[in-house]
Ligand binder design. Structure first.
Ligand code: ADP
Ligand code: MG
Length: 320
């Protein structure tokens, strides 16, 4: 039977918005000495917003190349770029997609229909819009999915994306493809708010003797580094696919007693399942992450995480 101390810890946790999905997790959580955090939606609020829309012909000298029948009057405008991007992204549930569709709606843009939608995990998406393929993705998407034919305006696009990333903005290129050619239409950039209590939580965990704290993210290296610097996390692994997050958890497990993973998304589910203790973010987390989690933080208050570990440690001590 479950010891009284464990039952009382479960109910104390519940009052503080920490849901332990079973007494056995309290024992394990009491021994956690390494923690991996997802970035988007975990250390940040996950309220991704579109901040920059840049149609290429405004910026490049060979803008004439961009003009084609996609464009109403032969010139590509920012609104036109956003319209085409939103058409594709209306088929995706990714947070960048939702932010794109939202921005188009806010500008009262009417989006055409997109067909043959396909997503490439961790890289981007494409679909057919008005007779051409529209690709939206990061530089890795371009390097892997679009590496077999040249792309007009690629150098400009990559340079712009790199600059935006260095400023902490997640950025994607929009590429148009017909039988004749591929060409960069422009780029979009996004930001997400760092949770106001995230830096304090990281400090707190470190003070409590957690000796390895890492960030694992699918996002770009430069963006990840920017956010990690703001939070005082020095170990960052970026541009990870879901299975690569698993590999990092396993590597941490070789050197630690118990590794916790904190995440909110579908792409965190395999890593959450691998960690000794998985923590789901209840406020905005996806169902998959919450189902996989051993501990759920019912509110978005990050101070509940060090609390959960401290409560677990104290409770375990009374048992032996
Ligand atoms: P994260 O949750 O950190 O964004 P993902 O693995 O979901 O991690 O995505 C990693 C990267 O893949 C994104 O930063 C983006 O560059 C690209 N990507 C994924 N989905 C989309 C999409 N729908 N539209 C554009 N880019 C995408
Ligand atoms: Mg996330």
């Amino acid at each position: 039977s479950t010891p009284a101390a464990v039952l009382s810890a479960i109910s104390a946790g519940g009052r503080q918005g920490v849901l332990f999905k079973g007494g056995e997790h309290i024992e394990t959580a009491g021994t956690v000495d390494a923690i991996a955090f997802d970035k988007t939606g975990t250390l940040t609020e996950g309220n991704t917003r579109l901040t920059d829309v840049n149609a290429r012909d405004r910026l490049s000298t060979d803008g004439g190349l961009v003009a084609d029948e996609l464009l109403e009057d032969g010139s590509l405008t920012d609104d036109r770029l956003l319209t085409v991007a939103a058409a594709v992204q209306s088929r995706s549930e990714h947070h960048l997609a939702e932010a794109t569709v939202e921005a188009a709606a806010e500008c009262d843009l009417e989006t055409p229909v997109a067909t043959e939608f396909e997503a490439v995990v961790g890289k981007g998406v494409h679909a057919t819009v008005q007779g051409r393929t529209i690709h939206i993705g990061n530089p890795r998407y371009v390097e892997t999915v679009l590496d077999d034919r040249p792309i007009d305006g690629l150098a400009d696009g990559l340079e712009a994306v790199r600059d935006l990333e260095s400023a902490g903005k997640t950025s994607v290129l929009v590429v148009s493809e017909t039988d004749e050619r591929r060409c960069v239409l422009g780029w979009l950039a996004f930001t997400d708010t760092i949770r106001p209590d995230a830096a304090e939580m990281i400090d707190n965990l470190r003070e409590r003797g957690i000796d390895q704290i890492v960030m694992l993210t699918g996002d770009n290296e430069r963006v990840a580094r920017y956010i990690a610097d703001e939070l005082g996390i020095d170990e960052v692994y970026a541009e990870l696919l879901p299975e690569e997050k698993v590999t990092h958890i396993e590597r941490m497990q070789e050197r630690h007693e118990a590794v916790a993973m904190v995440g909110d998304g579908v792409n965190d589910a395999p890593a959450l399942a691998t960690a000794d203790i998985s923590v789901g973010m209840g406020g905005a987390g996806t169902d998959v992450a919450l189902e996989t989690a051993d501990i759920v933080l019912m509110s978005d208050k990050l101070d509940r995480l060090p609390y959960a570990f401290a409560l677990s440690r104290e409770t375990s001590r009374t048992l032996y």
